[in-house]
Design a protein around this ligand. Structure first.
Ligand code: HEM
Ligand SMILES: *[C@@H]1O[C@H](CO)[C@@H](O)[C@H](O)[C@H]1NC(C)=O
Ligand SMILES: *[C@@H]1O[C@H](CO)[C@@H](O)[C@H](O)[C@H]1NC(C)=O
Ligand SMILES: *[C@@H]1O[C@H](CO)[C@@H](O)[C@H](O)[C@H]1NC(C)=O
Length: 506
């Protein structure tokens, strides 16, 4: 069995932390499903959600490969706002609509961590980690994440994030063309590693690049075989296990180096070491949150740069906003944009950037292809008058609300000037970009400051527009592809960013 390679504790730390967020689906996506092709879905009474027609085998692979299309198809073909399908011997219920949304996000018994375990049900290495211990570890990790985002620590990260961004943007040269889903993604990976780990790692560009390759391998090594035969040690599966082990080794090496050197540094690892947490928590923090943080911020930043490249008016507004902050809070005689941006206090970044806020908010609405997942650990509940039995898994696609033309007219259009939709009794939770109810994003402050700093420096340092594959300027930015659950990425090469450096030093 693949898990006997010798990293059960590494893997359990990795997985238990990773489970904490929806984005970790990426990690386990392919280790995941066992299909029961023989047994047909259970038939219930009126109260049971309608099942999908056809063999479960035919409908479930798309849940992992073409999720947006698959869920839409399910709602359409059943003609219901709630339907069910089988994964192994488990029932998965997809829900949609306003009242379902409220019920889903507030249901007492719905559990996010357990919701992920189902996606990884075939990974034996989590077995034996009792849920009690896991919950305790996760809550320690969450507490440490809160500490990283206290005003003092977050303020200290500002110059470090800017310096990383400066170094990487400098390497772009004076002009050229890049794919934001590679380059901007890479940039956010660096700033996230900076924010969540150790200087031994984040100062070493080659090591960060290696780490990124390893995380990408976890995300993209999905083959039909790994989906259908997760217990079978295919080459793709072994590569994933190996990548996990190598990430673990990198993190542990950094911890060891720190502990042995006795030298204290000002970074997140030091905070974790000083807190005296067990090693599994430290490793879990870095490994798990890195994947959660880097994916989401990378995707969002890539899309922001893409949208601003196609909407000169919003690009101009954002840049003007940043320039006016510079004029107010920084010393104009300073030699570089990054040094000047570092002078702007955290409170100002958080309260005086209405344009950047609107851009981030709209980008998350239209290009964050999230499907929330839970397991009902409580008693049976009803959603849309359908029974959600105890033990069932429940999924809610964010597209249900964020791409609903009744709530957001012309939903695919990027338009940060949309008024925030006010929740009403009939329309609860009209926006869920950072989570709502029982589960909200615990990295929001860090994510927003990272996004604002990197986008600000990019806008000041470069002029940019989009170019399509044929070298022409497209009439509109590409349409986000919600079937790509990682990046919402449009077809490769369909659209790139063409840039030239502005005169002033980065
Ligand atoms: C643009 C960036 C990000 C976006 C859009 C985002 C969005 C979200 C959303 C929507 C959820 C709720 C998921 C659900 O209900 O199923 C969530 C949860 C979470 N996020 Fe983020 N996130 C981002 C960045 C980050 C970063 C940088 C971190 C960590 C440093 C982080 C840590 C978490 C954690 C730990 C949870 C789980 C909370 C819990 O278990 O209660 N996120 N995020
Ligand atoms: C599903 O199958 C596993 C073994 O494959 C078994 O341990 C588990 O109890 C089953 N669950 C249900 C709900 O029948
Ligand atoms: C280290 O962090 C503390 C607060 O956390 C700060 O006061 C101090 O200036 C920092 N030292 C350096 C060298 O950055
Ligand atoms: C931290 O900063 C926020 C604004 O960025 C401010 O509202 C809050 O009062 C600050 N908290 C403390 C304890 O200074």
């Amino acid at each position: 069995m693949p898990y006997t390679i010798g990293l059960p504790s590494a893997a359990s730390a990795f997985l238990s932390a990773g489970f904490a967020t929806q984005f970790s689906v990426a990690v386990v996506i392919c280790l995941v499903i066992v299909l029961i092709t023989a047994s047909l879905p259970p038939e219930g009474g009126d109260e049971a959600p309608k099942s999908l027609p056809g063999l479960p085998f035919l409908s479930i692979v798309p849940f992992f490969r073409q999720r947006y299309d698959f869920l839409n198809w399910g709602f359409r073909i059943t003609g219901q706002s709630t339907f069910q399908f089988q994964l192994m011997n488990n029932t998965v219920i997809a829900v949609s609509g306003a009242s379902a949304r409220r019920a889903f996000f507030y249901a007492k018994g719905f559990d996010l961590t357990e919701g992920f375990k189902f996606l990884s049900g075939a990974i034996p290495m989590v077995r034996g980690v009792t849920s009690g211990i896991q919950t305790k570890r996760i809550s320690t990790i969450h507490k440490r994440l809160a500490a990283v985002q206290k005003n003092a620590s977050l303020s200290e990260l500002i110059p470090a994030i800017l310096e990383d961004s400066r170094r990487i943007l400098e390497s772009y040269g004076t002009s050229g063309i890049f794919d934001p889903f590679d380059k901007i993604y890479e940039l956010m990976f660096q700033t996230t590693v900076r924010s969540l780990s150790a200087s031994e790692i984040s100062d070493d560009a080659a090591l960060v690049a290696r780490l990124k390759t390893l995380y990408d391998r976890l995300d993209t090594g999905t083959t039909p075989a790994t989906v259908l035969l997760p217990w079978f040690p295919t080459p793709a599966m072994i590569k994933k296990i190996w990548a996990t082990k190598e990430i673990y080794d990198i993190v542990v090496r950094a911890i060891d180096a720190r502990e042995q050197s006795g030298v204290s540094r000002n970074d997140t690892l030091q905070m974790l070491v000083d807190a005296g947490d067990e090693r599994l928590v430290v490793v879990g923090f870095i490994m798990g949150l890195l994947i959660a943080g880097a994916r989401a911020t990378g995707t969002t930043a890539s899309w922001i740069i893409t949208f601003l490249g196609g909407h000169a008016d919003w690009r101009h507004k954002a840049k003007t906003e940043v320039e006016s902050l510079l004029a107010t809070y920084s010393d104009a005689t300073m030699s570089s944009f990054s040094a000047r941006l570092a002078e702007i206090p955290l409170e100002i970044w958080e309260s005086q950037t209405p344009v950047l806020d609107a851009i981030i908010r709209e980008t998350l609405r239209v290009a964050q292809p999230h499907t929330a997942m839970r397991r009902n650990l409580g008693p049976e509940v009803y959603i849309n008058d359908k029974s959600i039995p105890s033990g069932a898994y429940v999924v809610y696609p964010f597209s249900d609300v964020h791409l609903d033309p009744e709530i957001y007219p012309d939903p695919w259009r990027f338009d940060p000037s949309r008024k925030e939709v006010e929740p009403t009794a009939d329309l609860p939770l009209p926006y869920v970009g950072w989570g709502v109810g029982k589960t909200t994003c615990l990295g929001t402050r860090l994510a927003k400051i990272e996004l604002k700093l990197t986008v600000a420096l990019f806008l000041l340092g470069f002029d940019h527009v989009l170019v399509s594959g044929d070298g022409n300027t497209p009439t509109a930015p590409p349409k986000p592809n919600w079937n790509d659950i990682l990046q919402c990425r449009p077809p490769h090469g369909a659209c790139s960013v063409k840039y030239t450096r502005t005169a002033f030093a980065l």
